[in-house]
Design a protein around this ligand. Structure first.
Ligand code: IPE
Ligand code: IPE
Ligand code: MG
Length: 261
């Protein structure tokens, strides 16, 4: 028993996995060992989300801006990613998890890209959960890339500017079939988005925890989901209009205030 309402799990959880470097610092270790421990947390949390029954998990693993880190750290991260892809295929298969990726993947080293494409192909038919890695990813870059694709359609006369609406923009994102996240978790306490999923999180619930990513456990995930389940999502409407207000507050009337993370 974890106290969660399993009928109201978020359909898609996104995580800004931050704090690997600080975790390593705290242990007197080099940063790369923090990233290694972070990769173990990826396996742990993907399995936990799958066990809970969360259909989609998206993890921010490497941002567009992270390309500006020292070469040595980038190389170590890319090597770790390649190792992770090799070692985790079994875990993905065992748990029936499909791996996907979003970002400007063409900037990844060719060997990493080859491994990534292989694991994505090998797991494409698995349907118990979708694990998406945001790699070489930036929310602004995604919107630039979507704008370019839409502009091309307009130039080719296949779309008029008036036909561009929210649905058209959504359809030109990297993974248009992935639903918007319901819950965004950021570890290590930073209260910022760092260019993650800017379009998709317009009505996402935010949860920030001081726990550093390598120390993040299944219990922490359960706590984040529990906090999410206390929120009243209004989508711009009044509390009385919100179907959730009835569900969450039952006959006892509306609960005051937000439950923070
Ligand atoms: C997150 O940990 C992993 C990546 C951004 C690749 P950091 O490396 O950002 O760790 P901190 O923020 O320096 O502690
Ligand atoms: C965000 O973490 C990117 C990832 C977790 C991959 P950063 O450590 O890069 O974010 P900032 O620089 O603190 O905003
Ligand atoms: Mg960081």
């Amino acid at each position: 028993m974890n106290g969660l309402d399993l009928t109201r799990l978020p359909k898609h959880i996104a995580v800004i996995m931050d704090g690997n470097g600080r975790w390593a610092d705290g242990q007197g270790l080099p940063r790369i060992l923090g990233h290694r421990a972070g990769a173990e947390a990826v396996r742990r949390i993907a399995e936990a989300a799958r066990e809970l029954g969360v259909p989609a998990l998206t993890l921010y693993a490497f941002s567009w801006e992270n390309w500006d880190r020292p070469d040595e750290e980038i190389q170590a991260l890319m090597a770790l990613l390649e190792q992770f892809l090799d070692s985790e295929l079994g875990t993905l298969r065992k748990n029936q998890i499909r791996l996907r990726a979003m970002g400007r993947l063409d900037r990844l080293p060719s060997t990493v890209l080859r491994h990534l494409n292989q694991v994505m192909a090998d797991t494409a038919h698995l349907d118990q959960m979708t694990l998406t890695l945001a790699l070489s990813y930036g929310g602004r870059q995604e919107l630039v890339d979507a704008s370019r694709r839409i502009a091309r359609l307009v130039c080719e006369g296949r779309l008029s500017p008036e036909q561009i609406d929210e649905a058209v923009v959504s359809r030109h994102l990297y993974l248009p079939d992935l639903p918007d996240p319901d819950l965004l978790i950021r570890t290590s306490g930073e209260q910022r988005l760092s260019n993650f999923l800017l379009w998709q999180i317009s009505y996402c619930e935010l949860y920030v925890t001081p726990t550093l990513w390598p120390a993040f456990t299944k219990d922490d995930l359960v706590q984040a989901i529990a906090a999410y389940q206390q929120r009243e999502r209004r989508f711009g409407k009044t509390g009385a209009q919100s179907p959730q207000s009835a569900q969450i507050n039952g006959a006892s009337g509306r609960r005051g205030g937000e439950v923070g993370g």
